[in-house]
Design a protein around this ligand. Structure first.
Ligand code: UDP
Length: 370
């Protein structure tokens, strides 16, 4: 470690790594620290029995932005994987996102007009004019049949609260199509980096110094003057020692096992939408890379209550927490020489492409400073 750096980057995840890359390219000295023992944050992948395992849940890269696509393609070859998960509700299997395949199986209809009428008829009988929460949003989009079988149970497990108490934007992440089209994302570009994301992060961090297993708050106490500027990608409320109270997050628990079978579920991701099943999805990692290995590796994803000290995976962007976040953001805007970024630093339900775009933008802003 040197005595002094231009940037101390807290968090070796996607945001921190992209920022570090841009700054080292501009000739700046960066020190990257992470409390975990590996780089990559939640996009970290490892290899087991020839299979790339997404350690912190499925990460499917998708973007509509050609520049972002070109940016990531500098660091990895992306395969042709197109995400088309399925939903299992009490053993009944449905295609996702909500599309003609889903409606046809559910109602025995075949034309878009029939599907549209069915949804209109169901939705209109509920009399929802302007949806006030996720439940009303979902009911007005797809009607009660789809809502009950494919949305309510999954969403309430995932978020640990009633759909009536969730913001509607969460369900608007999913496309609704009157086409026989199972692609989960509308984006023009998508794929999985061959061999996983860790290789991308490694290349992004090549010009930086990296210290793993380091707690930022301890490190800052020991090295208060190590850098002119800090990029903090941890939770913004933790940075301020929860002075206004803690923001709400949702946590996850992953259970991973290897089975001596070639193909367990025939899909990289199967969502379990019934409320009685405590996991939300099973990932079969090999299918992200069309693997033909003799065994398979599965990850069961269990949503969990977040408590101080647990891993915060999802910000809960409801009104109350958005208000609380704004108070922290206000403090942050006056914090000299500290940038806050990423899902935790900005308390935003970011996708990977948006994280990269935000990190590039923030690096660009720095370039105008020096
Ligand atoms: N969702 C659902 N049923 C599903 C899949 C998703 O109701 O089978 C809802 C759920 O509310 C979830 C949201 O859609 O939180 C967004 O899903 P996405 O797949 O984007 O979640 P992520 O992969 O980020 O966890």
């Amino acid at each position: 470690m040197k005595d002094f750096y231009d940037y101390l980057i807290v968090g070796a995840g996607l945001y921190g790594a992209v920022f570090a890359y841009q700054m080292t390219q501009a000739g700046k000295r960066c020190l990257v620290i992470d409390k975990r023992q590996h780089i990559g944050g939640n996009v970290y992948c490892r290899e087991q029995s020839g299979i790339t395992v997404h350690q912190y849940g499925a990460h499917i890269f998708h973007t509509d932005d050609r520049k972002i696509w070109e940016f990531v393609n500098q660091f990895a070859a992306f395969n042709q994987y197109v995400h088309a998960p399925i939903a299992n509700y009490h053993g009944e299997v449905y295609n996702l996102p909500f599309n003609m395949n889903t409606f046809s199986k559910l109602w025995g209809i075949s034309s878009p007009e029939e599907a549209w009428h069915k949804i209109q008829e169901q939705a209109q009988s509920l009399g929802i004019v302007s949806p006030r929460n996720l439940e009303e949003q979902a009911l007005s989009m797809v009607g009660p049949d789809v809502y009950e079988k494919l949305i309510k149970g999954y969403t309430e497990k995932q978020w640990g609260r009633s759909c009536k108490d969730l913001p509607s934007f969460i369900i608007q992440r999913l496309p609704l199509r009157f086409m026989y089209d199972n692609r989960y994302f509308n984006d023009r570009y998508q794929g999985i980096p061959v061999g996983g994301y860790t290789g991308i992060i490694r290349q992004l961090l090549e010009g930086s110094e990296v210290l793993l297993g380091v707690n930022y708050f301890d490190f800052r106490r020991e090295h208060p003057k190590i850098a002119s500027c800090t990029l903090f990608t941890g939770p913004i409320d933790a940075y301020y020692d929860y002075c206004f109270g803690s923001l709400a997050y949702r946590s996850l628990r992953f259970e991973t096992c290897e089975l001596p079978v070639k193909n367990f579920q025939g899909s990289a991701v199967v969502n379990y939408t019934a409320p009685e099943i405590s996991y939300t999805r099973i990932i079969e990692h090999k299918h992200f890379e069309f693997g033909q290995q003799p065994t398979t590796i599965l990850t069961y994803e269990y949503p969990e209550v977040w408590y101080a000290g647990a891993e915060p995976y999802y910000p809960v962007n409801d009104e109350e927490n958005t208000r609380l976040y704004r108070r922290y953001a206000e403090l942050a805007s006056h914090e000299p020489n500290v940038i806050f970024g990423g899902r935790l630093g900005e308390y935003r339900y970011y996708d990977m492409d948006d994280v990269i775009a935000a990190a590039l933008k923030s690096a660009e802003n720095q370039r105008s400073v020096f």
